[in-house]
Design a protein. Structure first.
Length: 601
């Protein structure tokens, strides 16, 4: 087995816990700006002292409500300022946070709350409260439901602040400092692309070790620049955004929140972050949106030339640098195109971090050529988010980077990626059998991902072990690379490659309703429905181009021979996509079995 290790950079003492930095920074520099929260149309500064006081007040309210050390407290909300306050308040009270996606159904809420044994739950909106109360009679151990927005007493924060007024600072400090790195910090439920979600037990050590070694290791440059700030818009219920939240607090980086994805563009311009994090779909939409805007303005030729130049310039940077002619073209397009794209993000953004699925080399090179370097990383909920990440100045596009300090990555004989380190979770909640399957006797966590490890320690993901398709002819096919290439087309939303036990490889494709609107206007198809467009010859030809592009990346036996365009959009609402936008392959295969059979008819 091939291995690659990076030595630990920052140790974490046994007495430490996640709340230390909040309270210590407030004592050291109470007037420093820790966060900015949106009030109306303005971004209002929140100092380290103010943030600590609000965390402490809510924690006292939890203590007054009977929350004991080790009790589980659930949190169902969009990404907003109160999430961060409540998250740290739960830890300050000695309790364990259990995040719940705000899009979760009543059945999903029932499973997570009942399986975790949560004593209380925070919900954001009235609709979330209704979801919880729908299953409340079946949740015997749930004692409190606090609503953040419009709840009793002016909302959960105000209500708990009032309730905890009689709890002394000494009581809070005893409760807060009583937790150490070995104690459970959170139970994060996997998104559940198959079966019921499993609760991953993450300790204060898992999260602190990860946050500090990432922040002071491969990504240190991002967290030492002057006036650094980050705008969070990914769900904090997902471990990726949650760990970045911890990194921001640990490094004194100013944090902002955007709960509504529709507001991301104007909020970026107003907040002016120095870096952000996103999933590949976010960057795909940025590229596609810019391309559609240019097309609508009659500037498609200029945009495509600029995009090609950006990609060529970035590729040249990886192999000795661009020549004079390419540098001049790049400088011209920087004034005509790239500068406008950077301005749309607030003007200060130069770096982004992405994970969750493959970004694709084309997009990676495009954004670096534009002047926004996208650093791809990789990990799972079970690894406290990251295990590997690319570094500013050492970004090998097409890989997910090298292990961060304290992590060892190995490649098993069958190609599966194995990981060791203090960031590995402590097992699944109340599921010893699943834990034993995931972590072997030698301490290796089996990720289920298939990949490669080069001589410099960079990891490349090539597929999922459980998603490898085996055709009737016995050919092994990894669907992910094909799907990534098809999704790169601006009109495509999702792609699912099929072919298990079938004579050849085929695909199900869905269209992006947002991207279709300008296309319909430009092609005289206003008013056309998704069902009509799924069989439109021009659309079918466009998707064929995407399939042809994907086929060029694989052998003939792995190529997609047929595809069908579904007449619906796969989404969380339809139950076909997880909150982090991963396709639930088994659900799609079940619901569209007829369409798959027709491909092989």
């Amino acid at each position: 087995m091939r291995e690659y290790s990076v030595p630990v950079l920052v140790d974490v003492p046994s007495s430490a816990n996640l709340t230390d930095t909040v309270f210590q920074r407030a004592e050291r520099e109470p007037g420093a700006v820790a966060l900015r929260r949106k009030v109306g149309e303005d971004w209002v500064a929140v100092t380290a002292g103010e943030f600590r006081d609000q965390v402490a007040a809510v924690a006292k309210g939890l203590i007054a409500a009977g929350v004991e050390p080790g009790d589980r407290v659930a949190l169902m909300s969009r990404t907003r300022y109160e999430w961060t306050v409540i998250d740290y308040a739960i830890w300050s009270a000695g309790a364990v946070g259990v995040p719940v996606y705000e899009t979760s159904s009543a059945e999903q809420v029932k499973w997570i709350v009942s399986d975790s044994g949560a004593k209380a739950i925070f919900v954001e909106l009235e609709s979330h409260e209704e979801t919880v109360r729908e299953v409340l009679p079946e949740l015997g151990g749930l004692e409190h439901v606090w609503r953040i927005e419009g709840g009793a007493g002016g909302g959960a924060v105000a209500e708990l602040t009032a309730a905890g007024a009689g709890v002394s600072d000494g009581t809070l400090e005893e409760r807060r400092s009583g937790r150490g790195i070995a104690d459970l910090a959170t139970i994060v439920y996997t998104s559940g692309t198959t079966g019921l979600p499993k609760g991953c037990r993450l300790t204060h050590d898992n999260l602190l070790f990860t946050a500090r070694n990432v922040a002071h290791g491969p990504l240190e440059r991002l967290f030492t620049v002057e006036n650094r700030s980050v705008l969070l818009f990914l769900p904090l219920a997902h471990v990726f955004a949650r760990v970045i939240q911890l990194v921001l607090i640990e490094t004194g980086t100013v944090m902002g929140h955007t709960p509504n994805m529709k507001n991301v563009a104007p909020d970026l311009q107003a907040f002016k972050p120095t870096f952000l994090l996103g999933v590949p779909r976010v960057f795909e939409k940025v590229y596609n949106g810019a391309e559609q805007k240019a097309t609508a303005e009659g500037k498609a030729k200029i945009f495509h030339a600029a995009a090609g130049t950006a990609i060529a310039w970035s590729r040249a940077e990886s192999s000795g640098g661009a020549g004079l002619g390419l540098r001049l073209k790049h400088a011209l397009f920087d004034k005509l195109v790239y500068g406008k794209l950077r301005a749309a993000t607030g003007g200060n953004l130069r770096t982004a971090v992405t994970g969750g699925s493959a970004l694709g080399e084309r997009l990676g090179h495009f954004f670096r050529g534009v002047g926004i370097e996208v650093l791809e990383g990789w990990g799972l909920t079970e690894t406290s988010a990251p295990s590997t990440v690319n570094m500013p100045g050492a970004n090998k596009i097409g890989t997910v980077g090298k292990p961060f300090p304290g992590v060892t990555v190995g490649i098993a004989d069958d190609g599966e990626i194995l990981v060791k380190g203090r960031h590995i979770f402590k097992g699944y909640w109340k599921n010893d059998e699943a834990t034993a399957e995931a972590i072997d006797a030698d301490g290796w966590f089996h990720t289920g991902d298939i990949g490669e490890l080069d001589a410099e320690g960079y990891v490349r993901i090539t597929g999922r072990k459980k998603e490898i398709l085996v055709t009737a002819a016995g050919k092994n096919v990894a669907p992910a690379p094909l799907e990534d290439r098809i999704r790169a087309h601006p009109l495509v939303s999702q792609a699912l490659v099929v072919g298990d036990d079938r004579p050849f490889v085929a695909a199900l494709v869905t269209l992006d309703p947002e991207a279709l609107e300008p296309w319909k206007a430009a092609n005289g198809r206003e008013g056309a429905t998704l069902a009509e467009l799924s069989t439109d010859p021009v659309i079918v030809a466009e998707v064929q181009k995407a399939v042809d592009d994907a086929n060029r990346s694989v052998s003939k036996a792995e190529q997609i021979r047929k595809f069908t365009i579904l007449d619906i959009e796969l989404s969380e609402e339809t139950g076909h996509v997880t909150p982090k936008q991963s396709i639930k392959r088994n659900v799609v295969m079940r619901d569209f079995a007829k369409q798959v059979d027709e491909l092989y008819g």
